[in-house]
Design a protein around this ligand. Structure first.
Ligand code: ZN
Length: 157
């Protein structure tokens, strides 16, 4: 622990074009045992609007979305008894499961993360909700939080 405000890190790391590679926080995912039960607080107390529910078969989860500006809160419940989320809920209980960041090119990002020595859960992108391609970064690389990188489907035309 140090009690000074200076850091020995660069404040930003940008690509050749001068852009940061992360576009926005796409969503914050909260692991819950029961989607309908947990959604009541977000609907009735926080008055967020539930904009949809989707089963993500690749991850064996069922997800409810609340849009907040450019970001969403996603309540995620297991959709099968062998869903990886079952183990998470058993060991950690309900709570923040992961943060998702939108990127332009998830495949390129995965290659770069591996090059930089990050530990990846996915060494190749896989299908996520809303026809996205996603890859997860292991929490041990990111201060203890599971990170999802997500590339939106390219718009037609
Ligand atoms: Zn997610």
């Amino acid at each position: 622990m140090r009690n000074e405000t200076s850091v020995v890190l660069p404040f930003t790391v940008r690509d050749e074009k001068g852009a940061t590679m992360i576009k926005r926080i796409d969503h914050i995912a909260i692991a819950v045992k029961n989607l309908e039960e947990a959604a009541k607080f977000y609907l009735e107390v926080m008055r967020l609007a539930l904009s949809g529910v989707e089963v993500v078969s690749a991850q064996k989860t069922r997800v409810g979305f609340f849009e907040i500006g450019e970001t969403r809160i996603e309540l995620v419940e297991p959709a099968a008894s062998d869903s990886p989320l079952v183990k998470f809920l058993e060991t950690k209980g309900q709570g923040i499961h992961h943060l998702c960041f939108e990127v332009d090119d998830v495949e390129a990002e995965v290659r770069r993360y591996i090059e930089k020595g990050a530990t990846m859960v996915d060494t190749k992108p896989r299908p996520g909700a809303h026809n996205t391609q996603v890859a997860f970064v292991h929490p041990k690389s990111s201060g203890g939080v599971l990170i999802e990188l997500s590339e939106l489907p390219k718009k037609e035309g």
